[in-house]
Write a protein that binds this ligand. Structure first.
Ligand code: ADP
Length: 629
């Protein structure tokens, strides 16, 4: 099977026309046979063949074998001259393309010498053909001289050569076209592949774009959040270059004494804070350190704020931070002035507490000492008083009638011993009570009682003393009875103390009024005299301990300055108040206001006052400071 087909390489129609024209020159029928023996084109095929040889089965066979000769033309052979079995001559000139015979020009049929008519006659007989007609057609077959045949064959050879070249170029063209097609297909395939890749790349690009958009969005959101966060921070955030603020949040602006950030941004640090030379050098160094090594130690500094000339303590930390494409310094700072003040206060409090504890310890030592001393003093005093009592009984039993000066002196000295012992007992008692009150374990024994009669009785019981000094003592009340809870013993002491002071500081012929007023929720008791009075500037301090208006040793009256401070404490222990009005030279009036409380039966029962000194004794003790001449 031939690789190429002639009909594919050569325009057969044109070839037919060419061969027709050539027939006109040669008068020889001719055609082109492919290797399978098929006549591709033919011009004027011999009548003898058309009418007899190819129509009659037996001669047809001879024709076919003649045609088959066509296949035997081998590569490189010029031509084959063949005589078919029917006795006619033909020539096969190979058309060779690309080293392969793909078809043959066939020239024929012809004779190269006079035909042997006898042989053809017998052939006509054998093949049962019309002899006359057959021979007629045999005679029409041209006889070609050998030289002419050579020329004709050489023409065909040239033609075959031309065809070969034409075919070759066609083949090349086809090959080229095929190659181009293959290339095209490859290109298209590649293009398709590239398209797919491009599409994939495009999709990836779109995905990447979407991802970038999302990242940008997230970045924008986080930037927004970060900005808000920084703006909301209660601490100052700044970015600055060597000397100016490039950024500042609200809190930062306020820290510097500005209202808004824009008042700060672009301005110098020194426009807001004044620093010492040392601080300035330190800041420059910090700045260099941060820019070079991203290190800025935590620092605390005190500055003078330019805006309000106020000293503020700032605590800050810095770090390197890129801003607008350059490295600058980020500072986070807060005002610790309050903290510093608190720390200072805490230190002071600690110191004061230490001093207080020391004072309390010392006070306890003092109180204990006083308590011990007071108890130590009371024992010998009680012995003196008891001895004096015994001496009194003995003296009474002796029934001395001798009125001599010595005897009278003896009795006066006995009275002096008694009175001064009482004075000492009063002082000691007061000291003990004050010590107990200070130590917090002084106890009241309140009980429901008629406070009106309590005050009236104690007032009346000292009228005798008053009379001795020619002082009139009056008691007045707006109610006859007022039942309320109070420590009777302490109330008696309060009234006795006020009365003894009034007698002490009221000259002969004076008057003392004790008034009781029931005001429902509280009672108001006043002790008023028309004595020497108290200077205005001393009125406040007489309730303080050891205060005496006249401190001179030449004063007219004795006293220790404890009485009023003690009764103030006793009044306050009852939940009441004490105060005084006075006018210097005209007299004094002391007020006591006690809240009215009534105990339940149970509470009342439980409160039993420890048995103490009797009333006469109490009066003696309380009045022991007063000398009656
Ligand atoms: P003292 O034991 O010295 O009397 P007080 O505490 O009882 O101590 O009184 C303090 C001082 O108040 C007295 O020394 C006196 O100067 C003044 N004082 C108290 N009561 C009167 C009064 N009724 N009239 C004038 N001065 C008084």
């Amino acid at each position: 099977m031939a690789k190429y087909k002639l009909e594919k390489l050569v325009d057969m129609e044109k070839l037919q026309k060419l061969m027709d024209k050539f027939y006109n020159i040669t008068g020889l029928p001719h055609g082109v046979l492919n290797l399978e023996g098929k006549l591709l084109i033919s011009t004027r095929w011999q009548m003898v063949c058309k009418r007899f040889h190819s129509e009659i089965p037996n001669s047809q066979e001879h024709c076919i074998t003649g045609f088959m000769k066509n296949r035997e033309v081998e590569r490189g052979e010029d031509y084959i001259l063949n005589q078919c079995k029917n006795g006619l001559m033909s020539a096969f000139i190979p058309i060779e393309i690309d080293g392969e015979v793909i078809a043959n020009f066939v020239i024929g049929q012809f004779f190269i010498e006079e035909p042997n008519l006898e042989m053809f006659k017998s052939q006509a007989k054998r093949l049962e053909m019309d002899e006359k007609a057959y021979l007629e057609s045999i005679k029409s077959v041209p006889i070609v001289e050998k030289e002419r045949l050579e020329d004709i064959i050489s023409y065909y050879k040239s033609l075959a050569k031309i065809f070969a070249e034409m075919g070759l170029s066609k083949i090349k063209e086809i090959q080229l076209r095929n190659q181009v097609e293959v290339c095209n297909r490859q290109l298209q395939e590649e293009l398709k592949q590239r398209n797919v890749e491009l599409q994939q790349n495009n999709n990836q690009l779109l995905e990447e774009q979407e991802r970038i958009r999302q990242v940008k969005e997230a970045l924008r959101e986080s930037e927004e959040q970060y900005k808000r966060l920084v703006e909301l921070l209660p601490i100052g955030v700044y970015i600055r270059d060597k000397e100016r603020y490039l950024y500042c949040n609200q809190a930062g602006a306020r820290l510097l004494g500005a209202k808004e950030s824009h008042e700060v941004i672009g301005n110098k640090v020194s426009d807001f804070l004044k620093f010492t030379k040392n601080q300035e050098q330190q800041f420059q160094k910090d700045y260099e350190d941060v820019i070079q090594s991203n290190e800025k130690p935590f620092s605390q500094c005190r500055f003078l704020r330019v805006k309000d000339k106020k000293y503020i303590y700032l605590e800050g930390i810095g770090a390197r931070c890129p801003y607008n494409g350059e490295n600058h310094m980020l500072i986070v700072s807060q005002d610790i002035s309050d903290r510093r003040a608190k720390e200072r206060l805490r230190t002071t409090v600690v110191e004061k507490t230490r001093q207080l504890n020391e004072a309390v310890a010392y006070e306890k030592l003092r109180t204990d000492f006083f308590a011990n001393l007071s108890h130590e003093l009371r024992t010998p005093l009680n012995i003196i008083l008891a001895s004096l009592q015994v001496a009194n009984i003995i003296l009474e039993d002796m029934n001395i009638t001798d009125k001599s000066e010595n005897i009278q002196k003896l009795f006066r000295y006995k009275d002096l011993i008694k009175q001064n012992s009482y004075r000492l007992i009063r002082l000691v008692n007061n000291l003990i009570d004050i010590t107990k009150i200070d130590a917090g374990y002084f106890q009241l024994f309140p009980k429901n009682c008629n406070i009106v009669s309590l005050i009236e009785d104690i007032t009346l019981s000292i009228t005798e003393y008053g009379r001795n000094k020619d002082i009139n003592i009056i008691f007045d009340t707006n109610v006859e009875e007022k039942i309320m809870a109070c420590d009777e013993d302490k109330v008696e002491r309060i009234i006795l103390n006020l009365l003894s002071n009034s007698i002490k500081f009221t000259p002969k012929g004076g008057e003392i009024k004790v008034n009781f007023e029931d005001q429902d929720k509280y009672v108001l008791i006043s002790v008023e005299d028309n004595g020497i009075g108290i200077p205005n500037d001393k009125l406040e301090s007489i309730f303080d301990r050891f205060v005496q208006v006249d401190k001179s040793l030449s004063r007219n009256n004795e006293g220790s300055g404890i009485g009023l401070s003690l009764i103030k404490s006793l009044v306050e222990l009852h939940g009441g108040e004490i105060w005084a009005h006075s006018s210097w030279g005209y007299g004094s009036k002391f007020f006591i206001k006690l809240p009215v409380k009534v105990l339940s039966q149970d509470e009342n029962k439980n409160m039993d006052m420890p048995s103490g000194t009797n009333k006469a004794e109490k009066i003696n003790i309380e009045f022991s400071d007063i000398y009656f001449s």
